[in-house]
Structure formats: C-alpha cells, structure tokens
Design a protein around this ligand. Structure first.
Ligand SMILES: [Zn+2]
Ligand SMILES: [Zn+2]
Length: 778
C-alpha cells in the first residue's frame, strides 16, 4: 500500500526526486494560482547580481527568504515572490574591463562605449544558470521566469519618473562637494558604499612645522594625509581654545596649550598663553614653492591663520592644516573665508599642477613629501598610526576625499521623516532600528547619485549650456516630444542618449544631458515600483503589492538596499516600503572566522547541497543560531542538525510505514476515537496541538529559530517517549481498538508534523506527505 521507506539517510538523493515532481506537476505555480484573489502577502526579493557566483551566504538568504512566503502561502495568502536581477553598476564594468584587458576610462572610450555596454549587458548573466540552479536546488520558490531586470528600458523609465518627481519636490541638486572618490574607477561613491569598505591600516602621519612670517617660530599642525599638504591654503585654530608658545631644544612652537606635552614631550618650556583668536589673520610661509605659486595664480590671499569651532584638542596640535579640495570641514571654512582653492591632485589620484611629485599616486606621494619636508627641516615628527580607512568596495583602491561636481538627493532635508518611518518598521532584531539604521539616519548626508561611468541608468537631467536651466525628463514620451526625431524605442543607455539635445525653454540655448549614470543602489531601491513599470502601467498591481510585508537580507544591506528602499519611498510616497525586515548575520567558518579565498576556508555550497542536501542546510540555518547572529558553518554542523531532527523524524516515519504495511493499515478506513486513546496518545496529541499553535505564532512573528526549536523538542518527545513507550502496541496480531488508536495517533502526528515542518524542510515533508497521505487519500 505505502511505498517502502529506505532507512538510509540519503536525503540529498531523494530530494532530486522531489524536485522533479515539483517541476513536472508545476507545484509552485499551482500553489500561486490556487490563491489568486486571496488576501495579499508581499515579499520583495532584493535583487542579486548574476555576474558573481552564488556562495554559501546566498544559501542562507535564499533559505530565509523562502520559509516565510511558504508559510504564508500555506496559511492561504496570495504571496508575491517575483525574482529580480541587479544588473547595472561598477562591478559589472570592472568585470568587463578585466575580460577585455582594459584599464580605466580612457581605454574604455578608445574601445568604444557602445560595444562596451553591450559586453556589460552580456556579462551580467555570466552566472545566471548557476544562480537558477542553486535557487532551485535549495527549494527557493519564486517566480524566476518573469523576473524584474534593472537594465530594461521600462525599469529605467520608472526610475526616470522617480527622479523627476524627486526633482519637482526640490530634492535634486548639483553641488560642488567633497566626495569620497575612487581614483581608479574615476567616480564618486555614496556614503553607504563607503561604509562597506573600511579597513584598519597603518600609515605614517605628519606633524608639520609651518614657519611664521612675522616671528621666529613655527605653527605645528598634524595631518593623516601628507599628500594634501601641497594643496594647503590656510591653518585653522579654535578662537576659544588656549594656545601657547612653547620652547623646546632652542626652537619655538605654537600649539594648543593642552597638547604641549603630548606633542613636544617632557621638558618643553611654556613661554606665554593666549586665546586662539590672537592668532587669527597672521601669515605663515607656504610649505612648498609649488603651493605658493598655485595660490598666487588664484589672485587670492592665502596662508594665514583662521578660526573655526570644528577644531578641537582631542588629538593633533589644536591647529588644523586646511586643503579645501580634500576635506569637508576644510571646504566649508575656506569657502566662508573666501580662501583660494587649489587642487594639486588629478582625477586619477595622481599629484599634478607643477609639484615635484607630479604623476605619483597620492598614497605613494606621501613618502616623497615626507622625505622632502624632512630635508627642508619642516617635518617635526612622522608618527605611525593605525586608523580605519575607506577603500573602494569593488576594486580595493584607497578612496580619497576629493572636490567634485556631483548630483545629489537632499536626504538631509527629509531626515526627520526618514527617522520616523524607520521607527515604523518591524526590525528583527530590534536593535537595528535605533542602532545600526537609526544612527546612520541620524547622521544622514545627501545622497551623491551621479557616477562618471558608462553602464547604469542614465541621469535624465538636461542642462542649458547658456543659462544653466535644468530640465529633468520623466518619460520616453516626454523626451520624444522635446526632441522630435528621437526614436520611440531608443535604448535608454549611454551613449545613445548623450547626443540628444533640445532647445532651452528659458533662453533657446542648447540643452544637453549631464553625461553621467546613477548609483545602481538607486536601481535596486526603486524595485517596489520599477518592477511594475509604474506609473506607466500596472497601477492597481502596484497598489496591491506595496508596501512589502516581508524582506530579508544580510546585515551589510542596512546601509545598502534597506536604506535605499527607505530613502526612495520616503522621497516619493512618504512612507516606508517594507513593514518587516529580518536582518541576517554573516556566514562564518566553524571557528567563527570570515570565509575568504585567501584563508582557504570557503565552503562550496554545492559540496553541502550534494552531500547533506537542501533540507539539512536549511534546517541548520534556521535552528543553528538566531538568524541575525553570525553562523559558524561547517558540513559537520549541518550533518549534526540533520541527524537530530530529520533523522529522528525519518526513522519515526519509517517505523510507522513498516508496521502499517505489515497490517495493511489504511488510515482513511479508520478514525481517531477519543474513547480508545491511551494516556500516551492523549499526551502526544496534546503536545502536537500546542506545537501547531506555537510554531504558527512564531512564524507569524518571523521568529524562525524559536519555531524550529519547538519542532526539535517535539520530535525528541515523539521518538524518545511516545514511540519507545508504545512500540509493542503495534506488534499485536489483531486490529484491537488500542492498536487502531496507536496507529491513528501516530498517523495524525506524522501528517500534521509534515505539514507544519514543510516551510522548513519542504523536500522531506513532501515525500512523507505523498507517501502516508496521498497514496491512500487520492
Ligand atoms: Zn574603485
Ligand atoms: Zn537656457
């Protein structure tokens, strides 16, 4: 009657049969179709990039992303699970650059932008097959056949609409700003990108002597970036702090009084003390002739002391060297004091403009500059120090802070709303709300969205070259109206849009597109509406599927996708675009170390999927530790989790089938009769009902680990107490009322357990359910 149950624990092998069954019977599609019109439950899939191979961390995210929608589907909801692909951006360009043997923007342009972006478009799909296979294999049920793709014209057009709306709200502007800039990629990075690339490094800092022009003394200033010294234009003190002249080894230095000992060491003699305001306006000599020359060219007076409250005495000397091209505070105070602006570093991060180190990369120039200062007697000390410094998250080049023209979304203007909407989101764990995310929002800065690159959503901003008038295009139609002759099916990418011009509505001058693309994080953050080509199509669908009930990604997305979703929906719709967010910890190796190729401790996802199987990996991720904590992943840990739960479950099921088969027991021909139940039957059925209630409540609250641990406790009770104590009840010859009760109890437990565990371990539960229920109940 029942299919014979193999007692081997070859789950992985059996999972392949289940996969084939799902596919052949279109079970996922049916589970969706059957619930059309039911109350909606919406899951947003944070789009992965298919130009990188999936790794073990992606198995974690796919497992977590699957369980909640599966659970909701079983609860009768119409659950949206549209897969998506993140396709634009620097990572893709870098991959193609490598493939074509190009290095940098000049070589890309020589190669040709049209073939280059064509290559990008192909490269995006490099690992698509592997991603699909992996998603399939772990039982990630999502609509992979109709995914949203961020490079498609419709998707881009929705983003244009968004950018125009943001512009109409007065939140889009072009600014000269100090931006974190990758000199290799030749583009600015946004603050959330920068946040991803900090490393602790040792560098040489410099305490520099600036010779006073009006007395025989030196101002001492400390800098961590010696390469900015040639672009120095002034020194900044705090007017309200006490400074002093201090004598050491026959020389006189000016610095903050509180810092004399830490800078000069013991034995310095303090000659006199005065407020910082006494120093304001006093001249000093430029450190280098090239600095003086560059300053003279601007026609402005530089190289004197100014004051601002941002200067503190927590470290350094209490005197700050200002280079307005390379520091945010520097830029602000120098602007306020109308200082000259000099930038002796080019866009590739090399020294330029007539310095003795022209052509050297800034970080290499540090050593040369220190050497020359030392020779000139202007270096007081060059202490090594360790600090956290940002690197390009893609190409690992040290970033520099650099004055660039860039387009920004004015996030600072909506900070209060961002913080309010953040509080409306159910963050799991809750600490993210006021912690990682709250802190980030409290210090939110304007979002630099333009990228001086090629493969991305083109910024739809046209500017008049005569009067500077700005026009933001919000649709293809609008572009075709303003620039007649533009083909309606024009691909919305660089370089095709760049030659399109139209007359300025203010002065008749020529409107030209700002030739930049935008941050690809704007793409993924736009998915709530852009996946539907909203507002051009699907308005009802969008309304039904917004906001998301559930999203989940790894913790590094707090300042990434989670932030951009919130930022964009706040700009456009004045509300958060997701209600519940489960933030996942990182997957580490068994010793708690980060997995890296370098350390050789990377676990290939397929080695576990092929051996232990998908259920086992899923179960491990659900129950090994709370999902937001880092998990110490190893094949052994997966096997252990598998044995404890799935092994016990499977053995109990095999036990039932073995005896039911001997007795030809068909549960559809029997009933669970209360009057015949033994105390053990009543106990396990009561435990079962409590279990259903608990697991349902936990999954409803997205408390996956707690739900899994209830299941584990139950299976232990079932096997160690119920089956062990009741074993002989199945041995008797005749179908007595007691034997019937024992069979029906065990059958009820196994059937219910296979349903309630299905969101966790869908493969094994499918097989059990098909065998014990469907073979008899057709
Ligand atoms: Zn870079
Ligand atoms: Zn104009």
């Amino acid at each position: 009657m029942y299919k014979k149950v193999s007692t081997t624990l070859d789950f992985a092998g059996r999972e392949k049969d289940t996969l084939a069954f799902w596919k052949q019977a279109r079970i996922f599609e049916k589970s969706v179709e059957l619930r059309r019109g039911a109350p909606a439950y919406t899951f947003y899939d944070g789009p992965p990039t298919a130009n990188g191979k999936p790794h073990i961390g992606h198995i974690l995210t796919r497992s977590i992303k699957d369980i909640i929608p599966r659970y909701r589907t079983m609860k009768g909801y119409d659950v949206l699970r549209k897969a998506g692909w993140d396709t634009h951006g620097l990572p893709v360009e870098l991959e193609v650059e490598k493939e074509l043997g190009l290095d940098g923007k000049e070589q890309i342009e020589a190669y040709g932008v049209t073939p280059f972006i064509q290559k990008c478009k192909e490269s995006v799909w490099k690992y698509k097959g592997e991603w699909e296979e992996m998603s399939d294999r772990v039982g990630f049920w999502a609509d992979m056949e109709n995914p949203y793709i961020t490079y498609e014209d419709n998707y881009i057009e929705s983003e244009w609409w968004a950018l125009k709306t943001i512009h109409e709200k007065g939140l889009l502007y072009k600014g000269h700003k100090i931006v974190p800039y990758c000199p290799r990629c030749g583009t600015a990075l946004s603050s959330h990108e920068v946040a991803q690339g900090y490393k602790d490094i040792k560098e040489t800092s410099a305490t520099v002597r600036f010779r006073c022009a009006d007395e025989d003394a030196y101002y001492l200033a400390w800098t961590t970036t010696p390469w900015t010294l040639p672009s120095n234009v002034c020194l900044c003190v705090n007017a309200h702090v006490e400074y002093c002249r201090a004598r050491k080894d026959g020389e006189t230095f000016i610095l903050a009084r509180d810092l004399v000992e830490s800078v000069l060491g013991e034995g310095a003699e303090i000659l006199d003390v005065f407020p910082g305001s006494d120093l304001v306006g006093r001249d000093y000599e430029p450190l280098f002739p090239c600095t003086g020359a560059a300053c003279a060219k601007t026609g402005k007076r530089g190289h004197y002391v100014i004051a601002d409250d941002y200067v503190t005495t927590t470290d350094g000397t209490g005197i700050v060297h200002n280079a307005p091209a390379f520091g945010e505070d520097d830029a602000r105070v120098c602007k306020e004091h109308d200082m000259p602006f000099i930038q002796l570093v080019d866009t590739r991060g090399n020294m330029c403009g007539g310095t003795p180190w022209d052509g050297a990369f800034v970080k290499d120039a540090d050593k040369l500059i220190l050497r020359d200062l030392r020779e000139a007697g202007l270096l007081f000390a060059a202490p090594e120090f360790e600090h956290s410094y940002p690197f390009c998250w893609r190409c690992d080049t040290p970033l520099i802070y650099y004055a660039r023209q860039s387009w920004f979304i004015k996030m600072t203007a909506i900070r209060d709303r961002l913080m309010e909407y953040n509080r409306r989101i159910n963050w799991i764990p809750e600490t993210i709300k006021e912690g990682r995310m709250g802190n980030f929002l409290e210090n939110v800065i304007d979002w630099g969205i333009s990228r001086e690159r090629y493969w991305g959503t083109p910024l739809p901003v046209w500017v008049c070259k005569d009067c500077g008038h700005v026009h933001v295009i919000g649709s293809r139609k609008e572009l075709c109206q303003l620039a007649p002759g533009t083909p309606e099916d024009l691909e919305l990418h660089k370089p095709f849009l760049d030659p399109i011009t139209f007359p300025c509505e203010k002065c008749g001058g020529e409107m030209r597109r700002e030739p930049v693309v935008i941050d690809c994080w704007f793409d993924s953050g736009s998915m709530p509406f852009a996946q539907w080509h909203y507002p051009f199509e699907n308005k009802e669908l969008f309304a039904r599927r917004y906001p998301a009930n559930f999203i989940s990604e790894a913790v590094d997305q707090t300042r990434g996708w989670f932030y951009t979703l919130l930022a964009i929906s706040t700009c456009l719709f004045d509300e958060p675009s997701f209600q519940n967010c489960l933030v996942l910890g990182l997957v580490q190796d068994k010793d708690g170390l980060k997995m890296s190729k370098h350390k050789g401790n990377v676990v290939d996802p397929w080695s576990v999927l092929d051996k232990q199987g998908a259920d086992a990996v899923r179960w491990y991720f659900y129950t090994g530790s709370m999902p937001w904590l880092p998990s110490r992943f190893s094949p052994e840990a997966v096997s252990e989790a598998q044995r404890k739960f799935m092994g016990t479950f499977w053995n109990t099921y095999a036990f039932y089938v073995l005896y039911a088969d001997i007795d030809g027991f068909d549960p559809t021909a029997h009933a669970l009769r209360r009057e015949n139940l033994s105390p053990m039957d009543k106990w396990i059925l009561s435990r079962l009902n409590s279990l259903v209630k608990a697991v349902d409540a936990y999954l409803g609250d997205i408390r996956i680990t707690e739900a899994g641990r209830e299941l584990q406790r139950f299976i232990d009770d079932l096997s160690n107490w119920y089956v062990r104590r009741c074993r002989d009840r199945y041995w008797g010859k005749d179908m007595t009322p007691d034997k019937e009760a024992a069979y029906m109890t065990l059958f009820t437990v196994l059937k219910t357990l296979s349903l309630i565990s299905a969101p966790f371990i869908p493969f094994m539960t499918e097989e059990i359910y098909q065998n014990i229920v469907r073979t008899v109940d057709k």
